[in-house]
Design a protein around this ligand. Structure first.
Ligand code: TMP
Ligand code: ASP
Length: 239
């Protein structure tokens, strides 16, 4: 597989074309941003951890019936993925209150919900990824009613599978963000990444934050937290 021209450079990843028009190579960086790029930094070794973690989790999700873009891990930072056209929505599932939920509603962190919640943001940096409701997704033709229903089913399936997996690692899955894409035939599959950048992960015993909130909130020990969740995932995966 040949890595060809750089197609896109995002905040945490670079995307390259390959000699197969249906496949892309994603290259994970150590760069970290928060608050839509206002806060910038580096989390040493993050690219390697996010690449490996995302691939492991996507393999598990495939096994539980959720189609993903994952094809093959090529190196510690590079992965071959299916080319999709990204649905411009951030799909956020929450099990416990945190982050923008607490800010928006003025409630404390750590409220355990009776049922998971789901919300969508319109993926648009210039607008700061605003929250968007289903009627507006339809009005903006960002996705069809059928696609939204499929995305909701997959997102809840991802929550069930990941909650159970992380719980086996002694980690509580608080919330996460997913992105979906369309294959050329219109099939919806899970894309982007699943990592401590895109999930909130708390140590089940102590409540310690083991995710990007350590960077967002200047809590220190960012690299150690990423290393710790990866260690637990690897130990559990091999058990
Ligand atoms: P929020 O509470 O800030 O809305 O974040 C919800 C989840 O989405 C959390 O696990 C972090 C993740 N997330 C991203 O992956 N990318 C983003 O740009 C933001 C704002 C959140
Ligand atoms: N990805 C977001 C940013 O752009 C931030 C976050 O994850 O909080 O800066």
């Amino acid at each position: 597989m040949y890595k060809m021209e750089l197609l896109y450079e995002g905040k945490a990843k670079k995307v390259y074309a390959t000699d197969d028009p249906a496949l892309l190579i994603v290259d994970y960086k150590d760069d970290a941003t928060a608050f839509n790029g206002v806060k910038k930094g580096t989390i040493r070794g993050k690219g390697v951890i996010n690449n490996r973690m995302s691939n492991r989790l996507m393999k598990r999700l495939e096994a539980s019936g959720i189609p993903t873009h994952f094809v093959e891990e090529l190196s510690e930072r590079e992965t071959l993925v299916k080319k999709v056209s990204i649905v411009p929505l951030e799909v956020i599932v929450r099990n416990i209150s945190a982050g923008s939920f607490c800010k928006r509603y003025g409630v404390e962190e750590g409220i355990v919900f009776d049922e998971p919640t789901m919300e969508f943001s319109y993926k648009n940096d210039a607008l700061n990824d605003p929250l968007i409701c289903v009627p507006h997704i339809l009005a903006m033709k960002l996705a069809t009613r059928e696609e939204i229903a499929q995305i909701e089913r997959y997102a809840l399936g991802v929550n069930e599978a990941l909650r159970e997996f992380w719980s086996g690692c002694g980690v509580t899955l608080v919330d996460f963000k997913l992105e979906f894409g369309r294959l050329p035939d219109g099939t919806i599959i899970l894309a982007d990444e699943i990592s401590p950048d895109t999930c909130r992960l708390w140590d089940s015993a102590t409540g310690k934050k083991l995710d990007k909130d350590r960077f967002r909130q200047d809590l220190g020990g960012v690299e150690d937290a990423y290393t710790e969740v990866m260690r637990r995932l690897t130990a559990h995966d091999h058990a």
